[in-house]
Write a protein that binds this ligand. Structure first.
Ligand code: HXC
Ligand code: NAP
Length: 267
């Protein structure tokens, strides 16, 4: 897919992306770099985050990979300090680290539930709370990655639903508290995105993909670039008056099941 947005939109900016060793968040980091931002990325695994950073530096873009677990506030703070040491400031923060497994609530131990809430919700609080002191403000843009499960209940996803609903509310609270400092706080809610760990876990069986696509209003999975382009928009001056928003980039899937064909023949 070719991007329709202009290039160089984030020249001179510095971005910090949490949970970026793979998938959607790595796609976001890559796109921010292509748009001119210097990018610091973190994840738990030193090996994986170094390999991810290399995919960006190999293309000639400045990027540093730092190992840090978002559940560890001190580690997140140290990673932010390292990013500032390398690149001088932080303009854009993306909080997207997450964990998921499919299990009924009764098949979930207290630690299983807590693990996902710790990574997704507490991790997002840690990233957003810790970054504030390092932000180039006014003008900074903070973006979290949520999911449709934050608004709609889903069986076997009690941990993710609770955590993502928390991220949605946290987004709105921080947007109110930090707006006066010129810090915008938004979230993006992706729909089903092709070639991701998330969909591999949620839709592992043959036929799952076609069944899901047949219920999405736009009748397709999204691509990582669809999410990355929304992040680019929210990080530019074009979005200067946008804060506290949960932006759906989901092909309409958040609207509900659009499995029926509502367009009569001949139209
Ligand atoms: C029941 C499970 C389980 C499963 C783990 N647990 N998998 N319980 N069913 N399938 C339980 C364990 O038994 C343990 O509880 C607790 O969870 C913690 O497990 P650990 O392996 O020790 O945790 P950790 O190493 O921190 O790993 C976290 C993880 C793992 C979430 C469990 O899967 C992971 O690292 N995930 C990261 C990658 C990922 O999930 N990507 C997808 C993101 S997509 P006990 O009681 O035994 O100690 C996403 C979906 C959004 O977020 C929506 C998409 C549409
Ligand atoms: P993914 O590739 O598994 O990405 C998750 C990332 O989080 C990995 O880079 C992982 O790296 C990192 N991570 C996990 N635990 C961490 C921790 N404690 N500290 C720091 N980093 C951690 O999954 P994805 O499918 O692309 O999902 C990315 C985001 O999009 C998630 O927020 C997910 O909820 C959201 N989302 C996905 C979909 C979808 O269709 N896939 C739909 C809606 C929302 P390490 O293992 O190296 O730590």
């Amino acid at each position: 897919m070719n991007s329709s947005l202009k290039d160089g939109l984030l020249k001179g900016k510095v971005a910090f992306v949490a949970g970026a060793s793979s998938g959607i968040n790595l796609g976001i980091a890559q796109r921010l770099a292509e748009q001119g931002a210097k990018v610091a990325i973190i994840s738990r695994s030193a090996e994986k985050i170094a390999a991810a950073a290399k995919t960006i530096t190999d293309k000639g873009y400045p990027c540093v990979g730092i190992a840090a677990d978002v559940r560890d506030y001190a580690a997140v703070d140290a990673a932010l300090a390292e990013a500032v040491k390398q690149f001088g400031k932080i303009d854009i923060v993306l909080s997207g680290a997450a964990g998921n497994f499919v299990a009924p609530a009764l098949g979930m131990s207290a630690n299983g539930f807590k693990t996902v809430v710790d990574i997704d919700l507490i991790g997002t609080f840690n990233v957003l709370r810790a970054c504030f002191q390092y932000l180039n403000r006014p003008g900074a843009s903070l973006i979290s990655i949520t999911a449709g499960q934050g608004e709609r209940p889903s069986m076997f996803q009690a941990h993710v639903c609770a955590a993502k609903a928390g991220i949605n509310m946290l987004t709105k609270c921080l947007a109110m508290e930090w707006g006066p400092a010129g810090v915008r706080v938004n979230a993006i809610s992706p729909g089903p995105i092709a070639d991701t760990e998330g969909m591999a876990r949620l839709a592992p069986n043959p036929g799952d993909e076609q069944r899901i696509k047949s219920r999405v209003p736009l009748r397709d999975y999204g691509e990582k670039l669809d999410i990355a382009e929304a992040v680019v928009y929210l990080s530019t001056e074009s979005a200067r008056y946008v804060t506290g928003v949960i932006m759906q980039v989901d092909g309409g899937s958040g609207l509900g099941d659009a499995g029926a064909n509502a367009i009569p023949e001949g139209f």
